[in-house]
Design a protein around this ligand. Sequence first.
Ligand code: M1P
Length: 252
Amino acid sequence: MVDWKDREFSDTIVLFDVDGTLTPARQSVTPEVIEILNKLRKKVVIGFVGGSDLSKQKEQLGPNVVNEFDFAFAENGLTAYRLGQQLASQSFIGWIGEEKYQNLANFILKYIADLDIPKKRGTFIEFRNGMINVSPIGRNASIAERHEFEAYDKIHQVRKTLVDVLKTKFSDYSLTFSIGGQISFDVFPTGWDKTYCLKHIEAEGFKTIHFFGDKTYKGGNDYEIYTHPKVTGHSVNNPNDTVRELKELFSL
Ligand code: M1P
């Protein structure tokens, strides 16, 4: 196993959320953030832990992202890479089983079919390795349509209402419903939040684990890892904030 001796602080890892922390939501990373991450990687071990699947993180952080970070954790770590090599993980469908999954998916699709909202696009359920992602407008919404939906949802609470219905209807399924982005929410087994990725670094023996995220409030998808007893959490408002805090913390 690599012992990270090429780093100034080989017992320290810094993990980052993606949307709202390294990039604006579903948009690309800026050269300034890349530059600071390159400098940081000389000092410590770095990783990202996002809720999205890897294909979206490649769009946002670059096609070679699994090599540009020491650890790449997509879907909260249910898809995981260490120095470009994939690590073994579990799957949502393996955990929930086909019958329960179809009960859940059919209920959600019927609910969305009956929803009266200004716009509907396509892909209302995205089936991922470690979770499903549910979007009332649909994941094919354009950037402009995302912003419109987000504003509409703030007033009409479309996602929160559906999440409350699902929590009651499927209370015996041990699922967590997490609103982490603009147009959707994630559904995964309770415990498979961002703290899941910590399993993949346990054996590395890091003494300090930093985490930077923007949705660190209770109910946000960074909350569990941000408040984890082994993690030093940093709450940021946007990528500029992340850069500013990294410069201060690591004298970059
Ligand atoms: O990373 C935060 C969230 O980003 C996306 O959310 P949305 O499309 O709603 O903005 C999704 O990939 C979601 O899974 C993820 O948690």
